[in-house]
Design a protein around this ligand. Sequence first.
Ligand SMILES: Nc1ncnc2c1ncn2[C@@H]1O[C@H](COP(=O)(O)OP(=O)(O)OP(=O)(O)O)[C@@H](O)[C@H]1O
Ligand SMILES: [Mg+2]
Length: 132
Amino acid sequence: MVLAQVEEKSLAPTVPELDLGETVLAVATDYTPIALAHGRRIAFEAPPSRVVIRGYEWAVESVVTNLIENAARAEPAGGVVIVRVLANGEVEVVDYGEGVELTHRDMIFEPFWRKSEAAPGTGLGLAIAPGS
Ligand SMILES: Nc1ncnc2c1ncn2[C@@H]1O[C@H](COP(=O)(O)OP(=O)(O)OP(=O)(O)O)[C@@H](O)[C@H]1O
Ligand SMILES: [Mg+2]
């Protein structure tokens, strides 16, 4: 029994450490030409010292890309989307669009839910985000 437990633990994948500021900055940088082409800018803020978390780079990239895409779509023309890494490992993406109505706050995480079909998208970005 003890041996089995030890074996199970040694097989468990170790979630790698990653530099959150570096990863999020790379996503924001990649997205900047697209935002500029659509008349929006991206501002990046991070603490002076490194923020190291355990996580998979591809998962963080996927979640943050969707948040930036959503924010850039919501941001009024000429505006700035702020992408902010906090020392506690949280990432904030701020836009100055109309926001999400209180009654829709749970629905935005449902697969395929979208307020409007006018903008491109599938409605899956936030549905995958909480599990990443
Ligand atoms: N920053 C935001 N401001 C206003 N509404 C938002 C914002 N982010 C998300 N939403 C609303 O939530 C919906 C669902 O977002 P989600 O990212 O899951 O899907 P999507 O962006 O429509 O499509 P996909 O991410 O699959 O390309 C959006 O269609 C939009 O109506
Ligand atoms: Mg999206």
